[in-house]
Design a protein around this ligand. Sequence first.
Ligand code: SF4
Length: 120
Amino acid sequence: MVHQPEFVFTSKILRKRMKLNGCLIMGDIYIEKKYRVVYYKDKCISAFTCVAFYPERWVINNNDNKADLVGGWEDPQRPGVWIFDFNHDELEQFKQSAMVCPVQIIEIYNKETGERIFPM
Ligand code: SF4
């Protein structure tokens, strides 16, 4: 699937909603973020190596003792699967944290091309 970046003029309300969905707002237009991390939280075994490698985005949830993806949202179609869209400046950190996950439940995609970047 080839996914082109979208440039859309927005209203204030739409801008708020898009920010919540991980879009980058620039003035009256927004640019969809290029990468997506997909996290299968229901399969997390609480090793927390992701937290050690990228603590700005992975934190320990003391209620369920699994990692939380900071800024992410649960896919309404797939309970237990969490998603977060991001730009190139976070790619290396997300790749590192995905690589050190012992059960490989963190996947990274290029949203423009649909290519899975990790695991390859
Ligand atoms: S590294 Fe993987 S298994 Fe460990 S806490 Fe993070 S997501 Fe869960």
